[in-house]
Ligand binder design. Structure first.
Ligand code: TPP
Length: 553
């Protein structure tokens, strides 16, 4: 077998349905091996798009995914997705073409030392120098990507090695070993919860998926404990539940921070407790929390990495929550009123009130209409930018939804993530929220959606601005617009030129009717919203920022 065949058989053995790529002459033998494979090759228009699709599929399925890039420019173009996979703890494997072994280290055409380039943002960079090591290397790459804190792995493939022959056949996937909690862990956690008056669960991405979400819900119900969800993991808990304590996001309002600060116990489960999840290391405070902290994660590395826990549990939190979800507690009235204090605030906060702009459509109005009219199991993808502030604030998600946003805040994720979602689960409606900045970074993957028949809805905020940066700019340098204004193409025509449908929403239009029309269309549709700059985000209007008023806090 050729090395390239061993690689493709390894992908098949690991159950891979598709591999995203931009082709390169550096890995022609691999493309040839894919020709007869059950792994479908999805050809993209930019390596960042291919990488973001792999990121989104990994988030959807919880399984390793693959994207393939050519050497040098291909790899550097795709690096944004490797960074995103690292920040989001997603098992994404990038297969990279490389110059031939003979040319290595001579500074050859498009040569990059990937160990150095990707060293700081992957869990490992492997290079296949010997044909006989291919199968073992692939198995190791898959295992490493999913073990401990999941993350990206690079496998570098010198051009000439791909055609070498080997008799060593692909290795079957290694079984996943996850640490389980002990009885001592359960007892210690239960007694801390029982002793607490104002406990709160901080639930992370680990709970994504039916079993995780159910374990979290049952645990919260049985223990009578409110649940806050970490940044971009709003879909792991029912936002309509009386136990919901909110999404910990950028721009979390002061009132929410003040309420949460009163907690006397934080049960941080399935989260690495990064800066956004901890309101910039204040909840819990680092390195010494102001309240008791339990941190539960199936890998030792994140436990106590920044803040000192009272109790650290190296275990899969799902079986632990299942165990404690079978033991209903009767709690004090103080605990019940703590639950309502959190929930009352969040309910008020999630209600939408338009800022009634006169310079375009309030994008929040569109988000609210989409949230009301979309199927209850819609997949939602968010690009970076102010657009997502309305989605997080006003879309009451449940675990029936699936939210594909990126912790890393990389612009360009939204459309490719939507394309991947449309391919992975064509029965569900996928809705992409993206700004006019983000859409011209990777929006050309609309061509990929059309090529492979992924049907998605793209809700575009065309506000003529890199709005998020404008928000910061107006706060610090009011009235001095510099480097943030955009002159845009006609996005309605742009969408149609791909063969997609387009619905334009301009000021004065019936937003609900237009959204309903767009969602009812069979195929891929761009909802082109001529959005207001005055209604700059779900937290701030332009005039409030310029007037230096307290903004949305
Ligand atoms: C790849 C990348 N480049 C730059 C940034 C910095 N950045 C964050 S949000 C943003 C503006 C986004 O503008 P737009 O897509 O129009 O959305 P809006 O904020 O207007 O809703 C920029 C430039 C980033 N996060 N990612």
């Amino acid at each position: 077998m050729r090395v390239s065949d061993v690689i493709v058989r390894s992908l098949e053995a690991h159950g891979l349905a598709r591999a995203y790529c931009v082709p390169g002459e550096s890995y022609l033998a691999l493309l040839d091996a894919l020709h007869d494979s059950t792994v479908k090759t999805i050809v993209c228009r930019h390596e960042s798009g291919a990488g973001f699709m792999a990121v989104a599929e990994a988030k959807m399925t919880g399984k390793p995914t693959v994207f393939m890039v050519s050497r040098g420019p291909g790899a550097t173009n795709g690096s944004i997705a490797v960074h995103v996979a690292e920040q989001d703890a997603l098992p994404v494997i990038v297969l990279i073409g490389q110059v031939s072994r003979e040319e290595r280290d001579r500074g050859a055409f498009q040569e990059v030392d990937y160990g150095q380039f990707f060293g700081g943002m992957t869990k490992g960079v492997f290079e296949v120098f010997e044909a006989d090591k291919t199968a073992e290397t692939m198995a190791r790459a898959f295992r490493l990507a999913v073990s401990g804190v999941p993350g990206p792995v690079a496998v570098v493939l010198p051009e000439d090695v791909l055609s070498d022959e080997t008799a060593r056949l692909p290795v079957s996937p290694y079984p996943m070993a996850l640490p389980r909690h002990t009885t001592e862990d359960t007892t210690a956690l239960q007694s801390l919860i029982d002793a607490a008056q104002r406990p709160v669960v901080l639930a992370g991405a680990w709970f994504r998926g039916a079993r995780g979400a159910q374990a979290l819900a049952r645990f919260a119900e049985a223990q009578r404990i409110p649940v806050a969800v970490t940044w971009k993991n709003q879909d792991v808990f029912d936002n309509g539940s009386p136990l919901y304590a909110g999404h910990i996001a950028f721009g979390a309002p002061r009132a929410q921070r003040e309420i949460l600060a009163k907690a006397d116990l934080i049960v941080a489960a399935g989260t690495r407790l990064g800066d956004i999840a901890t309101l910039n290391y204040t909840f819990p405070a680092a390195p010494e929390p102001l309240q008791q902290l339990v941190q539960i994660y199936p890998d030792a590395a994140p436990i106590g990495k920044v803040a000192r826990p009272t109790l650290g549990i190296i275990a899969d939190p799902i079986p632990l929550f299942e165990a404690l979800g079978h033991q209903p507690r009767v709690v004090s009235s103080a605990r019940e009123s703590w639950i309502s204090t959190n929930n009352n605030f969040i309910r008020g906060f999630m209600a939408f009130k338009s800022s009634m702009p006169t310079d375009g459509v309030d994008f929040g109005e569109v988000v609210v209409a989409v949230a009301e009219l979309a199927p209850k199991n819609a997949v939602i993808t968010t690009d970076a930018g102010n657009i997502s502030t309305w989605v997080h604030r006003h879309w009451p998600m449940t675990p029936k939804n699936l939210l594909l946003g990126g912790i890393a805040g990389a612009m360009g994720l939204g459309v490719p993530a939507g394309v991947a979602a449309g391919l992975v689960d064509p029965e569900r409606m996928t809705i992409v929220f993206v700004g006019d900045g983000g859409i011209l970074m990777t929006g050309q993957e609309l061509a990929t959606a059309m090529q492979y028949g992924a049907r998605i809805k793209i809700v575009l905020s065309d506000n003529g601005s890199y709005g998020t940066i404008r928000t910061h700019q107006e706060r610090h340098y009011p009235h001095r617009v510099s480097g943030t204004a955009l002159v845009n193409p006609d996005f309605t025509q742009w969408a149609r030129s791909f063969g997609a449908g387009a619905v334009t929403i301009a000021q004065g239009d019936d937003v609900r009717a237009k959204v309903s029309e767009a969602l009812a269309e069979e195929g891929t549709t761009v909802i082109h919203v001529k959005a207001s700059q005055e209604a700059l985000s779900a937290y701030a209007t332009l005039s409030a920022l310029r007037g230096n008023e307290a903004v949305g806090q």
